[in-house]
Ligand binder design. Sequence first.
Ligand SMILES: [Zn+2]
Length: 199
Amino acid sequence: MTRVSQLFISSLIAGAALLQLSCGDATADNKEQASPDEGSKSEAKANTTAQPTKPVIKSEEEWKKSLTPEQFEILRKHGTERAWGKAYDEWKKQGAGTYYCVGCNAELFSSKEKFDARCGWPAFFDSSKHENIKTLRDTSFGTVRIEVRCNVCDGHLGHVFSGEGFDTPTDQRYCINGKVLKFVPFAEAGKTDSKKKAE
Ligand SMILES: [Zn+2]
């Protein structure tokens, strides 16, 4: 019995810590700077954690309508955002939460796999949903790199590098464009889920 109540208390403490993280100043700033592509805020909130159930396929014109010009350039045209940009600064400030694809909302990474590789782009040592990630050999620019794409909408996300000597469980560096990631704090995702259950 004692063990059970200890467990209960420690989970309460963990929950409170998560809430504190998600209510921090950094998160509030990010919400204010949220890009106009999200449409109405209530709509975005209702769909924050809804996962696609089949491949998302759109025409170039449809993608242009649903993405910002920068997101379109990265996801659909294999572009790369500027290093040390605003998206990287925001990513560094974000607390515990999940990263979704801006193209199709598929879960890609979480704060549990996040680490600062000091390379100017968001870095993760693994994906939080392997089935939503695919890798391809990329021989552009006269080098051989491994491209990382979203497996649901086929959007370009970045590249993955291995064996660079990072002190992480995989020693892999998923070097990802921050502008194509949508961050949702764990606490906010939980609220959405509980609302759904109540309905
Ligand atoms: Zn996607």
